[in-house]
Design a protein around this ligand. Structure first.
Ligand code: C2O
Ligand code: CU
Length: 443
């Protein structure tokens, strides 16, 4: 029997509001439906999602559906739509084709809008044999607030250069929009925790005071097999699905981030995001199969490279430094053709980390610093350590139009580390592909 496909509809209002991050502690926030994160969207594969966004901010906005393989016109960037002006409503409508932990966020003036809270989770349920006792979403964020708990951008040259270099990272640590959250879980239970890093620049090295967990999925859904770990790096934009537990009644531990050195002015620290308290034990019905699903192999390690991309950092008179793609800022890269397998070699020539994000398509990393990875995964965001090279494989399926890739450290993206490119359908007359190479870049 085929499941009924649904149309799932939401109304979003983008606005400015006061948000309580801890008892009595209000911050000045921007977001969707006066909450951080915005509404949690849930659908099944094949459902149509309709989100009507009314902009009640004082500036334009747009929403990008991070990780979703939807038509270009729905991608929410400045090359595929006009920004939603204050007072206007825009309807996003698309079919969700894949299961996974996805998210949405503002794609306009992101260094302010995302930082202030304009993001939320979008879950597409998987159909696997996996059963857990319950499921939670954890959206990781941090904010840099002034003494009145407001967002302000640094005015002076040096702090501005630091924020541009490091990305904006603050001391207000948020899990689902709250500080110092206490998570109550029952003993004996096994839960699925979906982590989404929605911060501007923070590298979240998940740790639960040494407790083991199983990584079962990432950006583009489930892995083939669960992977046992006691820490895992989740960079801005990335998702990580883990299975946590069972824990013993009475246990208390932190969900924390271990120090990760991504070469910044800021010193890496060990920081606590939430506390887990384990209550009374309950029977479990969890079942975690050894094979979660199969992932086809897109290409082998030595497949011929079809494009080279270099990420680097160069001097800039105005702001101290520019963030570059192929030695330029805000680039228009060459088009690709529908159905032609892409093998891109991405070279991080800089001395700091960058999480590379491709809009609208999943890729597989087929080589990292000369080695094939030890497991397969569908990714849309992947961290490049300083002076490393990766090779990714991806297939432009039949969704022609304008797309982009960029560093998901939002300040690097804004400082130029991004490119637009077109996916061209050769079977169509060229006007239909049009709009292309003259398109201007938007950050
Ligand atoms: Cu979450 Cu342009 O990205
Ligand atoms: Cu970067």
């Amino acid at each position: 029997m085929k499941a009924q496909l649904k149309v799932v509809e939401y109304n979003f209002e983008a606005s400015e509001f006061e948000w309580e991050i801890a008892p009595g502690k209000m911050i000045g926030a921007w977001g969707f439906n006066k909450q951080i994160p915005g509404p949690e969207l849930r659908a099944d594969i094949g459902d149509t999602l309709v989100v009507r966004v009314t902009n009640n901010l004082t500036e334009p906005t747009m929403i990008h559906w991070h990780g979703l393989r939807i038509p270009s016109a729905m991608d929410g960037t400045g090359v595929v739509q006009k920004p939603i002006e204050p007072g206007e409503t825009f309807e996003y409508r698309f079919v969700v084709p894949d299961a996974g932990t996805f998210w949405y966020h503002s794609h306009h003036n992101e260094t302010a809008q995302m930082e202030r809270g304009m993001y939320g989770a979008l879950i597409v349920e998987d159909k696997s044999e996996l059963v857990t006792d319950s499921e939670r979403i954890f959206m990781i964020d941090d904010m840099k607030l002034d003494s009145d708990n407001r967002f302000t951008k640094p005015g002076w040259f040096i702090p501005r250069v630091i924020e541009r270099h490091d990305g904006r990272q603050g001391d207000t640590l948020l899990l689902n929009g709250k500080e110092n959250t206490v998570i109550s879980i029952n003993g004996g239970q096994t839960e699925r925790w979906r982590f989404i890093n929605s911060s501007s620049a923070r590298y979240f090295l998940l740790h639960m005071e040494g407790r083991e967990f199983k990584i079962i999925g990432t950006d583009g859904g489930l892995l083939e097999h669960p992977r046992l770990a006691n820490e895992v790096l989740i960079t801005p934009g990335e998702r990580m699905d883990i299975v946590a537990g069972p824990f013993n009644e009475g246990e208390i531990f932190a969900i924390e981030s271990l120090p990760y050195n991504r070469v910044t002015f800021l010193k890496p620290k060990r920081e606590k995001f939430a506390t887990v308290k384990v209550g009374e034990s309950k029977p479990s019905i969890a079942f975690i199969p050894e094979t979660l699903r199969e992932i086809e192999t897109l290409a082998q390690q030595y497949a011929k490279v079809t494009r080279n991309i270099k990420l680097s950092v160069g001097p800039s008179m105005k702001d101290g430094m520019s963030f570059l793609v192929n030695n330029d800022v805000h680039v228009n890269d060459k088009p690709v053709r529908v159905g032609e397998l892409q093998i891109w070699e991405i070279n991080n020539a800089s001395l700091m980390d960058h999480p590379f994000h491709l809009h609208g398509f999943f890729f597989q990393v087929i080589e990292e610093d000369g080695k094939a990875p030890s497991f397969k995964a569908w990714k849309d965001t992947y961290n490049l350590r300083p002076r490393t090279k990766i090779k990714i494989a991806w297939m432009p399926d039949n969704r022609p139009g304008l797309w982009m890739y960029h560093c998901h450290i939002i300040e690097h993206h804004a400082a130029g580390m991004m490119a637009n490119f077109e996916v061209i359908d050769d079977s169509k007359p060229s006007e239909e592909n049009a709009r292309n190479h003259s398109a201007t870049c938007h950050t």
